[in-house]
Design a protein around this ligand. Structure first.
Ligand code: URA
Length: 445
């Protein structure tokens, strides 16, 4: 609660007016407003007004950097320097079927680079890494900083929940943005993500910025601007930061939904799995390793020869999980069939993501329960040929009553045109569309 006897250095209304009128916030104004909001002196309605002014007026690079550091300063900073090994982390801006963290963290650990992967839960149509891993019986997301350090030393990889001590200002501000239509401001997204990643203390950070219908950033220009802003923020803070802009117009892989995605990740760790998931996992691993100075290896090999699988099993078991447990199967399943012969030319990420969410794989509000077995499996993706009557998708749910709403999401996607389109040919699909600040993979033209 606020200390009413304390004289505040600034006035929230003056700060709001400065930004509302297109001005540049001073360093003391930024430091104060973030700190005062965290202390409860700046009210939610004042912060939401400021967030709206930032969304409309933007921020200079200097303002974004100061805002990010002010948020970091509201909490603790982790320090992995005592580990004696390089650290690398990956952050995805979120997508449909994006299970890459699961095979990626153990894969990178194989090469002696520690991966402290602090992850989140899904909200809306994009899935959360912790929700996926919680489909594994016994697996625990919460860890103390000491447990995390021990596991990094013993296993080399940790995927766990970010503690409440990292950038608490962001936690409060993100929840407010979520309900005030101010999530989509690039300065606020960049500072939100980077405050947590810089506070986490990783030496190398690779950003997977998603582009397309299933992503925050629907077009490549906005994704590029977000990526560029985050790469500069990280680099200026001493974190070796790079970004890949990757396709999220089509779901990644053939599984959407928590347990279904764990099964697919294990297939990738066993040397199989869908080509797009393998390609992106290897591209991100290569980039993380290159940032940590490991350049003379081919991460694809450790997927083939069982080393990544061994690291996965150790990582899951260290957090109480049963790596051999089969994933649950949904009691209600429904197939969506091809309406004509041809080639799948569209499988919309947003439509399929919303379907999986409605079937029970995601939550509408923080704290809602989710279903481990709910989701969508893809039998034919973009570029695959199909004959009339063959299955394109299977929808899975534990609650029969959810099935019609899941089917509606498929039928009503893309402004009523439907999530699935079958034509005579399909557009070429590029998974890695562009790279920024990278050391390992050249720009894909
Ligand atoms: N993820 C975050 O952590 N913050 C945002 O603002 C958007 C995505």
């Amino acid at each position: 609660m606020s200390d009413s006897t304390k004289t505040e250095a600034h006035d929230a209304v003056d700060v709001i007016r400065t930004k509302r009128d297109g001005g540049v916030l001073s360093d003391p104004q930024i430091d104060w407003v973030i700190d005062a909001y965290t202390r409860g002196v700046v009210a939610d309605e004042q912060m939401s007004s400021l967030a709206m002014a930032i969304l409309q007026r933007g921020m200079t690079r200097e303002e974004i950097a100061r805002w990010t550091h002010a948020m970091i300063n509201t909490g603790e900073r982790l320090d992995f320097s005592g580990l004696g090994m390089p650290t690398a982390d990956k952050h995805s801006t979120g997508g449909v079927g994006d299970k890459i963290t699961l095979p990626l963290a153990p894969l990178v650990a194989v090469y002696g680079v520690a991966v402290p992967q602090l992850s989140g839960r899904g909200l809306g149509h994009t899935g959360g890494t912790l929700d996926k891993l919680e489909s594994i019986p016994g697996w625990q997301a919460s860890m103390s900083n000491e447990q995390m350090m021990d596991q990094l030393r013993d296993v080399g990889a940790v995927i766990c929940a970010a503690g409440s001590g990292l950038a608490p200002a962001d936690k409060k501000l993100y929840a407010l943005r979520d309900v005030t239509g101010t999530v989509e401001a690039i300065p606020l997204i960049a500072s939100s993500i980077m405050s947590k990643k810089i506070a986490e203390g990783t030496g190398v950070l690779v950003l997977d910025v998603k582009v397309g219908s299933g992503a925050f950033m629907k077009d490549i220009d906005m994704a590029r601007e977000l990526a560029d802003t985050m790469v500069k923020l990280g680099t200026d803070a001493g974190v070796k930061t790079s970004a890949l802009l990757t396709d999220m117009s089509t779901p990644l892989g053939l599984a959407i939904g928590n347990g279904l995605e764990v099964t697919e990740s294990v297939e990738v760790l066993a040397g199989g799995g869908p080509a797009d998931v393998v390609e992106l996992t290897v591209a991100l691993a290569r980039e993380m390793l290159a940032g940590a100075g490991v350049t003379d290896v081919d991460p694809a090999e450790a997927l083939q020869d069982g080393r990544a699988m061994d690291a996965w099993r150790r990582m899951i078991e260290a957090q109480g999980g049963d790596a051999d447990a089969p994933m649950p199967e949904a009691p209600h399943q429904h197939q969506v069939l091809a309406e004509r012969d041809g080639v799948v030319s569209r499988l919309d990420a947003l439509g399929t993501g919303v379907a999986a969410w409605r079937l029970g794989a995601g939550r509408a509000r923080q704290g809602d329960p989710i279903q481990a077995s709910a989701g969508v499996t893809v039998h034919r993706t973009v570029g695959d040929t199909v004959r009339k009557g063959e299955p394109i998708l299977t929808l899975h749910t534990e609650t029969e009553g959810r099935m019609p709403r899941g089917l509606e999401a498929i039928a009503e996607a893309c402004d009523g045109a439907g999530a699935i389109e079958i034509a005579d040919s399909a557009p070429e699909r590029r998974i890695v569309m562009e790279t920024l600040g990278t050391t390992s993979v050249g720009t894909v033209s």
